[in-house]
Ligand binder design. Structure first.
Ligand SMILES: *Cc1c(COP(=O)(O)O)cnc(C)c1O
Length: 368
């Protein structure tokens, strides 16, 4: 599904030197490498503040903590996402209100969001699933109308551009009050271990996020809030700073692979290639097909016999997960149910060769 080894080989001199510099400096936690990466990412995203932390799940949790929600408050979250998005809601004793997805982009829409709002809804967590933006303009309008916090889960879409109707273009994650991302190794901007970050354009909020990630302190050993310990280490930051310079090139390579797949599958009945959100670029964290007619699992098994790896993101709606049954009354959402039964993701990364793409595409085509 990914080829991190080849990617490393191509950056080896730069990466090795960056790691060695951190070791030589012994600034293992915080320090110049973390500050440098923070500034690089701020500049890349056009965000006023980037607050690095230990992983993407922590980023979501700290963002919710900074919003100052009360136990029992309702947080709107898609049922078709990675578990982390909803997990942090439950962990903070908030109520995950699971909602359905757009059948084409698989993302949250303003209509779905607005229909789920109650007087106890202080926050929503739109997820830019598989690498393209939710239609954030209308989502922000609904949120502003109701005074709702928007915390973007940008773990899969770092680098994607969203264009407002007036032509203004911004990076995903910088649209809501707080954006959260993950540097898990297989993410589009992946570290060599865990990492994450929050972004915001609000100075006071940035200070609070920073405090919460750092045991609720500004001055050492004086704690104003109950926080947590969530830090990005120097070695990861140094690696990420090198890889950030290549992120747009990586996105272009993913795009090329996606175009190859699109073209190869265009005429196949019963197979739907990824729909594009008209006002977002797609950074293809995943290339996810939708298989009609209940043949998804048969396709996966068939491809396995040809040594073509596939993954199902995600096989089970969050409301069907044992862990979440106590937190939700929802037992069925039609689009989410349909997607969980029909999606299949193909290998998608920056090192796919034309030969590999041809082999994978021929394999898929020969099944139909
Ligand atoms: C990866 C991911 C996360 C969590 O990130 P970690 O760094 O693994 O904690 C959260 N949300 C989504 C949508 C993700 O894909």
């Amino acid at each position: 599904m990914v080829d991190l080894k080849t990617q490393y080989q191509q950056l080896k001199p730069e990466i090795d030197q960056a790691i060695q510099e951190v070791i030589d400096s012994t600034a293992f936690i915080g320090g110049p490498a973390v500050n440098r990466f923070k500034e690089s990412l701020q500049q890349y995203l056009g965000a006023k503040h980037v607050i690095p932390c230990a992983n993407g799940t922590d980023a979501l949790q700290i963002a919710l903590m900074a919003a100052g929600l009360q136990p029992g408050d309702e947080v709107i979250v898609p049922a078709f996402t990675y578990v982390a998005t909803a997990e942090v809601i439950a962990l903070l004793q908030l109520k995950p209100v699971m909602v359905d997805a757009d059948p084409h982009t698989f993302n949250l829409t303003a209509e779905i969001f607005e229909a789920a709002i109650t007087p106890r809804t202080p926050a929503v967590l739109p997820v830019h699933l598989f690498g393209q933006s939710c239609d954030m303009g209308p989502i922000m309008q609904v949120a502003e109308k109701h005074g709702i916090w928007v915390i973007e889960d940008n773990a899969q879409a770092i680098g994607a551009d969203y264009t407002y109707p007036d032509g203004r273009t911004v990076k995903t994650g910088t649209i809501g009050h707080i954006g959260c991302t993950s540097f898990y190794p297989s993410k589009n901007l992946g570290a060599y271990g865990d990492g994450g970050a929050m972004y915001t354009n609000d100075d006071a909020l940035a200070a609070k996020l920073h405090m919460i990630a750092n045991h609720g302190q500004v001055r050492r050993y004086y704690h104003d809030l109950v926080g947590c310990n969530s830090r990005l280490d120097g070695i990861q930051a140094a690696i990420l700073d090198v890889k950030l310079k290549h992120l747009d090139r990586y996105a272009a390579q993913r795009h090329q692979a996606a175009a190859y797949y699109d073209n190869a599958f265009a005429g196949i009945a019963g197979l739907r290639t990824p729909a594009r959100q008209h006002n977002s670029t797609h950074v293809f964290h995943q290339y996810t097909l939708l298989v009609d007619g209940g043949r998804r699992d048969a396709l996966a098994e068939y491809l396995q016999t040809k040594s073509i790896p596939t993954m199902i993101y995600y096989p089970l709606p969050l409301y069907d997960q044992e862990a979440f049954k106590p937190f939700t009354d929802i037992t069925f959402l039609p689009v989410t149910d349909h997607l969980c039964k029909g999606v299949i993701s193909l290998p998608m990364h920056t090192e796919l060769t034309e030969e590999q793409l041809a082999y994978i595409s021929d394999g898929v085509a020969s099944f139909f």
